[in-house]
Design a protein. Structure first.
Lengths: 362, 362
């Protein structure tokens, strides 16, 4: 953040008609947003959530409670407006984009948006759809890398295209969410390959039993042995990404890298998206500067990864749903933090008008 | 909560198209709201914040950084829409009511609402005003009770009138905020009289120095000695209320008691309002069932009081501003929790319509 922006934003916050610092973390968020956008006050009124969907070959190992078809069914739910993220987005003022980053099955022929254009002026609140199917689900990483290096590069590039779409469309804040049966397994393996302790990363996901949990552990341990080692640095990170990412997580990493380049704030959802963020930050350490942690999820591996990224979760409500729900709610708070300096009365305005016609000094 | 409502609400939450329990505390909030309202799903779309303002004679002891006139100046700021709570309310969908519960000085002649009627249909988003000045600031409790028993009863009654106004106006959720220079001193003394450890209750408020903090401690300790003892039970609580409440805190307690009687959910702001809640719950232990803790403030005495009330703060953002800001943000989350069961698709709906015209089984 430039010293000027920091000084200007701090001066503005201290000029608002409230005790200094009394809005706590909201003031920190406003400062960070000013730094990201390079303007005082920052703005986050125009907001979108991208729900990236993809399938995972590792579900063949029986690591998840839900059949893989649920990914495609939930895409239909997003497009119909009936999923949790749709409700959150309507309440919190976010446009919804559902992205087929690599769902295994064919999806209905929804009219697809072109990522090289900008958002349609009049969506009437309906979710937009992007068809960016880089593969029909990833390969089973218990038997080899989840995707080829070339597929991994395609996913990153697809994510960067979405970031350009977001920037071109004027979005000031982008929430990133995920849908993919099996993706807590993928995320745990990816994070382990990036150096996090595997035992801390493996959790029950959507509610699996002890036997499934143990299988999940063994599958990940075996794959780390077979596909590693993963050296520190961007090369090793890319290798880890191709080894373990589902298409939605690799696309999410690309989206975050693109948003960082475009200086658009990015709000992370839960554990899988935070794994993608860890990957993005390993590929480009500058990416973290544009990230907010939307929430602290109930998945146990989430917190150590947020700590490593230096991110403090905005809300903590024991959610573990994904889809971008936590990112949307956290992003709403960041939006509020930006409205405060834009809309509050200031001490330096010598008069603050009162209703109906009087004026008073502050 | 009736067993039927609990069972119906639980069944609905588990029928939503998401993993069971995956919305964490939001599901708890929806359950509590169903219990309060006695309907499934509950609603919290129509929301208001009442900012209760009053002055405190104890400011004569030099316990606050700000002059007492700021209370009236901030009332003007609320009415002009330029205070933090106005920004929060616009962003979070709350109507704002500024209440002169006992400001020391004359306020401008704003058109006052009649608490015996209901909210005007068309406010155009402008704050409403209630003139319920029970006194011109409380007396200095360093020299005697802050108010007479009769004044205390008047404040409680004024609060109950506001609750009836809220209920009659169809508000489904009411945030309660405060404005009163000196009211963390009043709240700390009140809570000490109610049995909390005085050393845990005294904090720096809006940022006082060590000498002022020590003075605040001594004033409270002296007044507890002089005006006590305060026996357990409603009688002692009423005596503590008259001894230490400013008019806005006594009115807040009455508002909470009235909301509980009307089964309207009430969201608490920070330390002073939580002190009023502790008083209300001592006067009527059933009142807690309708309360939510909007946030955890940075004031150190806040947490032990919330714990004693059995309330878990919804957000925790290191705010310590008052005005209802934390209550509005927390109340927004409760509103979202109510929208989820009302708007999400359900597994038991055999078909979920997709765009543009297909349907899919869940």
């Amino acid at each position: 953040m430039s010293d000027t922006i920091l000084a200007d934003m701090t001066a503005l916050l201290d000029d608002l008609t409230k005790p200094k610092g009394s809005l706590g973390k909201l003031e920190d968020y406003a400062l960070r947003m000013a730094g990201i956008q390079g303007r005082v006050p920052p703005r986050a009124d125009r907001r979108a959530v991208f729900v990236l969907a993809g399938d995972h070959g590792v579900t063949d190992e029986g690591v998840s409670l839900y059949p893989r078809d649920v990914t495609a069914q939930m895409m239909a739910n997003f497009m119909a407006g009936g999923a949790a993220v749709n409700v959150f987005a309507r309440a919190c003022g976010f446009d919804v984009y559902a992205v087929d980053a690599g769902v295994a099955t064919d999806l209905p022929a929804w009219p697809a948006l072109d990522p090289e254009r900008s958002a349609p002026q009049e969506s009437g609140g309906s979710p937009g759809f992007f068809g960016l199917k880089a593969m029909r689900g990833s390969a089973n990483f218990a038997r080899g890398p989840a995707m080829t290096d070339r597929q991994f590069a395609t996913c990153l590039e697809n994510g960067r295209r979405l970031a350009l779409f977001a920037s071109r469309s004027g979005y000031e804040l982008v929430a990133v969410g995920d849908m993919g049966i099996g993706n807590t397994t993928s995320a745990a393996a990816l994070l382990s390959a990036l150096g996090f302790c595997p035992d801390d990363m493996v959790d029950r996901g959507t509610g699996i039993d002890d036997a499934t949990l143990e299988r999940k552990r063994l599958v990940i341990a075996g794959a780390l042995d077979a596909l590693g080692p993963f050296p520190a640095g961007p090369g090793g990170a890319a290798r880890a990404g191709a080894a373990f990412c589902g298409p939605e997580l690799a696309t999410a990493a690309g989206l975050m890298l693109g948003l960082a380049d475009a200086r658009v704030a990015c709000v992370l959802d839960g554990f899988p998206i935070t794994a993608a963020a860890a990957l993005a930050c390993r590929l480009n350490p500058d990416a973290a500067a544009c990230m907010f942690a939307g929430h602290q999820s109930r998945v146990r591996g989430h917190r150590p990864v947020l700590d490593a990224l230096g991110l403090d979760p905005i809300v903590s409500l024991d959610m573990r749903l994904g889809e971008g729900t936590g990112a949307v709610l956290g992003g709403f708070v960041v939006g509020l933090a930006c409205r405060v300096p834009a809309e509050m009365a200031r001490f330096s305005q010598l008069t603050v008008s009162k209703a109906p016609s009087d004026e008073v000094d502050y």
